[in-house]
Write a protein that binds this ligand. Structure first.
Ligand SMILES: [Zn+2]
Ligand SMILES: [Zn+2]
Ligand SMILES: [Zn+2]
Length: 591
């Protein structure tokens, strides 16, 4: 019988091999292998839980043990290790108790011999005989258990926190999804019943392992000694709790106006481009971003696993909860660095990782503290966030689409005009009120040129460099240029198709999934000479000064071509790209 436990490093589970020996003339346990405080306390929980098994195991408490947790050099700090510790104690006790009992019995027999012919000692004789009988029985049991342990050639991964009163087993607070996933071929995995759904989800991709659920220490012990048959984990819809990560998902079609922003969002999702939404408060920035998460293709098994590991490592999966849908996470400018990026003690992933494979909506991003915004560049670039600690470096995956939002100015109504007669609101200066065509519209924005500049200047330039698409979001925007069938199913299908096209295109490059991931022009395909010439012309005309912007406009054009099912990038795609990137727009070009 080989006993393993598991801990997590970052989000990934690490198998830990357990070995134990009993120490003569010692008391308590020495835990080797950088066992942190919670694991040392786990020994105490284990001893107490063993008492719940009944009298014959009292002996565990009065012995000394050395328990080795391998690998030796990685710190271990999960209460999920309680269960393997308890089993190690029982096992060490059994394997060595046989000898102790044998000596005890023979000593008692000697005693008995000495008083055998003294009639005055009859009462004492009876006492000793009873004691011998009890010990012999105990030894028989021990021998039987010893034999069964010897016969059991299985490898067991045991995960569970123990209750000191009744020996009940439950999931550790954090990381059980990663821990269960750490199982190797031909393992028997024993998990608390409250993790049955998570274990059964994982079991689908670990066909040659057995997964069992348990209620308490006794049940685990019975499984290991083959006393009673184990209970297999089973997925049941009724028991599974699908974790809600999206509060409310509006229908794209029901969001009024903003047709250009809707188109831009579609392109962002299709090509994995980050997007900046600028508009007055309450004009659809949040709604549009919330709707977006439903438009992404369904997650594959690998993605579902990653996400569950992240949520589990954060301690967000309680009792049979699983994540099955892409996340929408909302950050605002009050967020702390640790909450956004991950950190703290114990180390947990941050919001950027909880948004993995989904959308991170960052409201009023230009109002956020400078260093936080500057740091956001790193995960946007690497799709992974590294945190270094004394003994290890942790990596949290964080591949999300950033939907950054900001008001255009202090008052929020930049580029909005109203009719003084009827108070109707219009987006853009070139409008006329239909009822009062001769009346001059008045600017709704009360900001001055200077305060608008100041407001815009708070936005981080290096971060902007990571955001390909920049659009205004206003329900008063009646732009007809970007008409599109915005039924959710239609858009989702288009995005799915575009993603498949890209998957095919980049299949030989492991780090590239979609157009937004492509680092430079050399990696691009389907760009005709005429398009390059056209881009050079535009660059000269619009004063585009960086090669990087040129490449990005080709990449966005590539996504537009993908959405419009075109193999080659055409001029019209590039025109749209330039528009959606805000390159021609006075507000965005000097943001
Ligand atoms: Zn009017
Ligand atoms: Zn204003
Ligand atoms: Zn300008």
């Amino acid at each position: 019988m080989e006993i393993y436990g598991a801990d997590i490093s970052g989000i990934e589970g690490q198998l830990i091999r357990f070995k134990a020996v009993r120490e003569e003339n010692k008391h308590g346990a020495t835990l080797l292998g950088l066992a942190q405080k919670v694991v040392r306390e786990g020994y105490v929980r284990a001893v107490k839980a063993i008492e719940s098994l009944g009298g014959e195991w009292d002996v565990v408490n009065n012995q000394g043990y050395t328990i080795d947790l391998h690998p030796a050099e990685t710190p271990k700090s999960s209460s999920g290790l309680d269960l393997p510790i308890a089993i190690m104690l029982l096992q060490a006790c059994i394997l060595q108790d046989d000898e102790r009992l044998r000596i005890l019995i023979s000593k008692l027999k000697d005693k008995l011999d000495k008083i055998l012919h003294k009639p005055t000692e009859d009462k004492r004789k009876e006492q000793i005989l009873n004691e011998i009988e009890k010990l012999v029985k105990q030894r028989e049991n021990i021998l039987k258990y010893k034999q069964r342990i010897k016969e059991n050639k299985g490898k067991y991964l045991l995960i569970g926190t123990l209750d000191i009163i009744d020996g009940m087993v439950e999931s550790p607070e954090r990381g059980i999804f990663g821990m269960i996933s750490a199982t190797k071929n031909n393992f028997n995995v024993i998990v608390p019943e409250d993790a049955e759904i998570q274990a059964s989800v994982i079991s689908k991709s670990k066909k040659n392992c057995n997964f069992y659920k348990v209620n308490n220490l006794q049940e685990v012990w019975n499984i290991l000694l083959n006393i009673s048959p184990p209970r297999k984990v089973k997925y049941s819809e009724a028991k599974a709790v699908k974790k809600k990560i999206n509060r409310y998902v509006p229908n794209l079609k029901s969001i009024e106006g903003v047709s250009k922003a809707k188109y831009a969002m579609t392109i962002a999702l299709a090509g994995g481009h980050n997007i900046l939404l600028v508009g007055p408060p309450g004009q659809g920035k949040t709604m549009l971003s919330m709707a977006a998460v439903e438009l992404l293709p369904k997650m594959g098994t690998k993605e579902v696993f990653e996400l569950n590991k992240i949520f589990s490592a954060k301690g967000e999966l309680k009792g049979n909860e699983v994540v099955v849908s892409r996340p929408f996470q909302e950050a605002n400018n009050n967020i702390t660095e640790a909450a956004l990026f991950g950190g703290g003690r114990p180390l947990v992933p941050g919001l950027i990782s909880l948004a993995h494979r989904g959308i991170l909506y960052f409201d009023e991003i230009n109002q956020c503290k400078g260093h936080i915004i500057e740091n956001l560049r790193i995960p946007l670039n690497d799709k992974i966030y590294k945190i270094s600690r004394v003994q290890e470096t942790i990596e949290y995956p964080c591949n999300f689409i950033l939907a950054a939002a900001m008001n255009p100015c202090h008052c929020g109504w930049y580029n909005h005009y109203s009719c003084p007669e009827c108070k109707s609101i219009f987006f853009g200066q070139d409008n006329r009120c239909e009822t009062h065509p001769t009346t001059k519209l008045l600017s709704k924005c009360t900001c001055t040129f200077r305060t608008i500049e100041q407001y815009k200047n708070k936005m981080s330039k290096p971060l902007l460099d990571r955001i390909d698409l920049k659009v205004f979001v206003s329900s008063f925007d009646i732009n007809k240029l970007y008409t599109f069938d915005y039924a959710t199913t239609t858009v989702r299908r288009k995005i799915q198709k575009a993603r498949e096209t890209q998957q095919q295109r980049y299949k030989s490059r492991s780090s590239i999934i979609c157009n937004g991931d492509v680092p430079d022009k050399s990696q691009m395909e389907g760009v005709d000479e005429s398009i390059i010439k056209y881009l050079t012309e535009i660059s000269r005309k619009l004063n585009i000064d960086t090669k990087r912007t040129e490449v990005k406009s080709l990449l966005v054009a590539r996504t537009i071509a993908d959405i419009e099912l075109s193999n080659r990038i055409k001029k019209e795609h590039l025109d749209k790209a330039i528009d959606l990137m805000g390159i021609k727009n006075h507000y965005f070009c000097d943001l």
